[in-house]
Design a protein. Structure first.
Length: 406
């Protein structure tokens, strides 16, 4: 039995760090598997570009509506129980993809498994924020654990897809979720003051509350929180393309699953280096401008993919993009955690995740419509113009807000 502790301990023991960072690796690793295997699977079903966009964007829909109440639920009930419940669901879902080969089935399964992988990552961020109150050291380690999943998982899952087949690839996702369940059972259980419900029924605490949404939205009044949400939205525009039409385009370009996995691994390897450099760079540069510059540069390197006609150029761009995003990621995690109290960590991260899921659900669909009319390659360049305008708008907000000059 895991012993409860208060939320203001401030320190993660070595044992807790192993458990939490392993959970981050496994949870995000399963998400990375999903981002490679599912696009490759959808292509085999031969749908239109629009249907591909709907199928790959569907993974974000439940999280769009449930991230805030799920984060608030973690604040009330503890991260451990919520992650355990979703991990059990994650074990069951992946084999249903090859068992039921249909685009409509993929859309449903994407919604379920997408929510599972979102909650596991939201959970470890919440737990670290509750205990360490946004300590940049632990945020950096969490980012590295995340990127280790991105580094090691894509090449392996690509080879499993190429040499063993879809069934084995999807069962690998179930295996990761099973290991996640084991580590979730050992997570520290943060004790919270009891707040008995009016009905006296503990199950009431598991139900979403309207106040969860209103309390989370109020956090946008904090300039640092709003900025992190905007930066995360921009960053996840890159992620939404990376795990949808990026894979589709590379497959049409003639790359195997293994070579596609190597591109993802190169990006993640450089992202780990970037996360290690974040501390020294952050001591010399304004964190807010640094976030915008790094994330903006990363997404611009992605949208020029159709202009890179050689694999070595794709590899170079993937590595540079990973380096920039790696520098930014620890500050995305730590700036928001430092801006809110431990009692609101889950809601704050849920708010950021909701913005991310809006992007994840809409960008692949938008790209699908553009690709249907202009072609997949041109859709990258058109989206790049929209992202450039968004980057300029965020820059104007930073420049005109006195809070960021303090």
């Amino acid at each position: 039995m895991v012993k409860p502790r208060t939320a203001d301990g401030g320190v993660l023991s070595p044992g807790d760090q192993v458990v939490i960072y392993s959970a981050a690796y496994l949870g995000h690793g399963a998400s990375r598997m999903m981002g490679i295997v599912v696009p490759l699977w959808v292509v085999t079903l031969d749908p239109s570009a629009i249907l591909i966009g709907f199928a790959l964007g569907a993974r974000h829909l439940p999280s769009l509506f449930l991230s805030i109440p799920s984060g608030a639920l973690m604040d009330r009930m503890g991260v451990r129980r919520v992650v355990m419940a979703t991990a059990m669901l994650g074990i069951v879902v992946p084999p249903l993809y090859p068992a039921l080969p249909s685009v409509s089935v993929v859309i449903v399964l994407q919604m379920i498994f997408g929510y599972v992988t979102t909650i596991s990552w939201l959970g470890v961020q919440t737990l670290v924020g509750q205990i360490t109150k946004g300590d940049p050291v632990h945020a950096g380690r969490l980012a590295i654990a995340n990127q280790l999943g991105n580094l090691t998982v894509p090449p392996v899952i690509g080879m499993i897809w190429d040499y063993l087949g879809p069934w084995e690839a999807f069962l690998s996702m179930s295996l990761f979720e099973g290991l996640l369940l084991l580590f979730a059972m050992r997570m520290p259980d943060i004790a919270r003051p009891a707040t008995p419900s009016k009905s006296g029924a503990p199950a009431r605490d598991w139900k979403p509350r309207f106040s969860d949404y209103t309390d989370a939205v109020k956090l946008l009044g904090i300039p640092a929180v709003l900025l992190v949400v905007l930066i995360s939205v921009l960053d996840n525009c890159s992620g939404a393309i990376n795990q949808s039409f990026y894979v589709v385009y590379l497959e049409s370009f003639g790359l195997t699953g293994t070579l596609i996995g190597v591109l993802f691994a190169a990006s993640s390897m450089m992202s780990i280096i970037g996360s290690l450099l974040a501390g020294p760079i952050g001591r010399r540069v304004n964190h807010h401008w640094l976030l915008l510059a790094m994330v903006g540069s990363g997404i611009m390197l992605l949208v020029i993919t159709p202009l890179l006609g050689f694999y070595w150029l794709l590899l170079l761009a993937a590595g540079a993009k990973g380096l920039f995003q790696g520098v930014a990621h620890p500050f995305v995690l730590s700036v928001m955690s430092r801006s809110v109290g431990p009692e609101a960590q889950g809601k704050a991260i849920g708010l950021r995740t909701t913005g991310n899921r809006i992007v994840g659900a809409t960008v692949p669909v938008l790209m699908g419509f553009i690709a249907e009319g202009a072609g997949v390659g041109n859709s990258f360049l058109i989206m790049g113009v929209l992202f450039a305008a968004f980057i300029v708008a965020i820059g104007i907000y930073i420049y005109r807000t006195p809070y960021f000059r303090e």
